[in-house]
Ligand binder design. Structure first.
Ligand code: ADP
Length: 667
């Protein structure tokens, strides 16, 4: 086996490859751009080489730099991951010239499958079923128009060099064909530098079913069953699963054979995926072959119990496939959800920023998290904004769905917008639950997936209020333990007053809606009044924001994270962001000031800037917190008095803890 390999990629897939290499005792070399200097894949690898600035064009896509890194570190082989250089013929040639093994198929296979129309010609010869259509060389618009008319509408025009869902046009009527053709060619030219197109019958309500194949250099080729990737948004996969719901043994064998035929027709070696488009009646047609490891390969690993990266390494080293077709088996059902830093409420706009709080569900036999980031890392604008792939497995599909819902509910991400709530709705969507699958599912179910107005459950306000009260209590303890007289009753924040009922209000806002929760202190517990209803509340809050709640004797778990001046409440598999409104500032100058004196994130106090006991103007810098490798200045929310600092320089602070005791002037 290889002693050392280089991984020419970043993010979750680089980490994924490192994991297997480490298990096999193979040393790993990471490459990284300046933007990825502290990235997880760099931390995990045995060695790492800086290859250039953030832009992939100047780093991850520069063949010479990667080859030089491999030579400098003595790596014998390069794993390209997916994307970047994974299907780049020049890169294969460069590896070859340098005497380095490219962990992937022979360059001829990449070339053969690189063009959709050339691939279709080859597949036609190999007897693989094809979508009815024209994939020849005649590109005259009038000629293609005649072909489209003969195929019958709707048709799909595809850029032969296209990929990633780009360069496709759906044409519904003959009179629109010429216009769509020229716009498709324009996009093909600018995106892929090649305006060659093919025309296909557009399959209505199609399913995307792909077959994982594996071949070695000794003439063996097997299929590792199918993955159903029908749930897509704009031709991009969102949820993937294996096996495909409703798949019969005969159909699986037929698709498996077609995929193996396809691979063998191009002399394939290594891991590959043959993508088919399937009609609702189960008939299927070859779409394309991806000559690399796919993003969604983990679902295949979960149902076969195999490690596909291990297979890739063995095959690249010249070994035979570890198992023959008869030895391969499907066990149970697996699902994968792609967790992205994107905002479903705003057209899935990518979101960037620091992951202020990140806690994935625990990994076990049923749950796997493939990720390239940890808490404190940044989702940068330079690369794909994927946070993680969440993969679950269970005995059957229903139970796997339940696992997925549970795991999504446990996933906490604060700092960037993300699609976790959307994925939860998708997993719970009746059409998906009933496996009524096709590539239009998300669009068709948009009413369910994007509910117009979600009523905020009363528990959310109560949970936020309780967390606030418990945090105050912790603060009191922390500052008391720092003072000369920790036992003094004056440190206790239980609302106790001389000759008065211990009552107060906490106010939150979520979007347009504002709610006031009345609080009555009851020793260790509280009575919370919301909309005239009184609830007996008791809770425990830990430093990571985990909140154990009891409302009228009913127990539940929630998480409340304070970050970016918001209370991020995670409850019952959903997330809400509430702003805390300080009643003291509410009417006056600082109206809407949202707890600016609390640590916005965990960090270290590095400077105290104001004199204790002095008056400062609104906005004056009070303290600097170093968190997530950046400095954050905490400013005065109003003009007022700096009464004391709760921490000293050098102290570590948890998020949400009070930093400065501050008395605003208008209070
Ligand atoms: P890309 O290389 O950009 O991924 P594909 O050819 O793999 O393009 O197609 C991507 C997606 O487009 C498929 O998963 C499917 O949803 C849709 N699609 C492709 N061909 C057809 C077709 N003939 N009819 C209907 N939908 C199609």
């Amino acid at each position: 086996m290889f002693d050392k390999i280089l991984i020419a990629n970043r993010g979750e897939i680089a980490c994924r490859v490192i994991k297997t290499a480490r298990r096999l005792g193979i040393k790993t070399v990471a490459v990284y751009s300046e933007a990825d200097a502290g990235a997880r894949h760099v931390r995990l690898a045995d060695e790492a080489v800086l290859i250039g600035p953030a832009s992939a064009r100047e780093s991850y896509l520069v063949i010479d730099k990667i080859i030089a890194a491999a030579q400098a570190t003595g790596a014998q082989a390069i794993h390209p991951g997916y994307g970047f250089l994974s299907e780049n013929e020049d890169f294969c040639h460069a590896c070859d010239a340098a005497g380095i093994v490219f962990i992937g198929p022979p360059v001829g296979a990449i070339h053969a499958m690189g063009s959709k129309s050339e691939a279709k010609k080859l597949m036609e010869k190999a007897g693989v079923p094809l979508t009815p259509g024209y994939h020849g060389d005649d590109q005259a618009p009038e000629f293609l128009h005649v072909q489209a008319d003969a195929i019958g509408y709707p048709v799909l025009i595809k850029a032969a060099a296209g990929g990633g869902g780009k360069g496709m046009r759906l044409v519904e009527r003959s009179e629109d064909f010429i216009d769509s053709l020229s716009s498709c060619k324009r996009e093909a030219r600018s995106s892929f530098g090649d305006e060659h197109v093919l025309v296909e019958k557009y399959i209505t309500r199609p399913r995307h079913i792909e077959i994982q194949v594996f071949a070695d250099s000794h003439g063996n080729c097997v299929y590792l069953f199918e993955r159903d990737c029908s749930v897509q948004r704009r031709h991009q996969k969102v949820l993937e699963e294996a096996p495909a719901p409703g798949m019969t043994l005969e159909r699986r064998a037929a698709m498996g054979k077609a995929a193996v035929d396809a691979a063998q027709a191009v002399g394939y070696v290594g891991a590959g995926t043959v993508e088919f488009i399937a009609n609702q009646d189960g008939s299927f047609y070859f779409m394309e072959m991806n000559t690399r490891l796919q993003v969604e390969h983990p679902v295949t690993e979960m149902i076969t119990g195999l490690d596909l990266v291990e297979w890739q390494l063995r095959v690249a080293f010249g070994e035979s496939l570890p198992l023959a077709q008869e030895q391969l088996q499907i066990s149970g059902h697996a699902l994968e959800a792609r967790i992205y830093a994107e905002d479903p409420e705003r057209g899935f706009l990518p979101s960037t920023g620091r992951l202020l709080h990140l806690s994935p569900p625990l990994e076990n036999l049923h749950v796997r998290v493939d990720t390239g980031v940890e808490e404190g890392d940044e989702i940068s604008p330079h690369y794909d904004p994927m946070i993680a792939k969440l993969i679950v497995w269970d005995q059957n599909r229903d139970r796997a769905l339940a696992r997925m819902l549970q795991a999504l509910a446990e996933y906490r991400v604060v700092g960037v917008a993300n699609n976790i709530d959307f994925l939860s709705r998708l997993t719970a969507c009746p059409a998906f639950v009933n496996a009524d699958l096709d590539t239009g599912l998300i669009e068709r179910e948009s009413d369910f997936l994007f509910p117009a107005d979600i009523e905020l459950p009363s528990e959310v306000w109560l949970v936020a209020a309780l967390a606030e009260l418990l945090r105050e209590r912790h603060l009191a303890w922390e500052s008391a333990s720092r003072s000369g007289d920790p036992q003094s009753p004056w440190h206790i924040r239980d609302g106790w007053r001389v000759n008065a009922n211990a009552r107060r209000e906490v106010i939150f806002r979520c979007g347009e809606k504002q709610q006031t929760v009345q609080v009555i202190y009851q020793g260790n517990a509280f009575s919370l009044v919301l909309d005239g209803l009184t609830v007996a509340a008791y809770g425990e809050l830990d430093k990571r924001g985990l909140l154990r709640v009891e409302f009228d004797g009913r127990r539940m778990d929630a998480t409340v994270i304070v970050a970016n001046e918001k209370r991020h409440v995670f409850l019952n598999g959903r997330t809400w962001q509430l702003a805390s409104i300080d009643p003291l500032y509410f009417a006056g100058e600082g109206a809407g000031a949202e707890g600016g004196l609390l640590a916005p994130m965990p960090g270290k106090v590095i400077a105290l800037l104001a004199e204790v006991g002095t008056r400062v103007e609104k906005g004056a810098p009070l303290l600097i917190l170093e968190a997530m490798k950046m400095e954050h200045t905490i400013n005065a929310p109003a003009s007022g008095l700096v009464k004391s600092y709760c921490f000293a320089v050098g102290d570590q602070v948890s998020d949400g803890f009070e930093l400065v005791e501050f008395q605003p002037e208008n209070a």
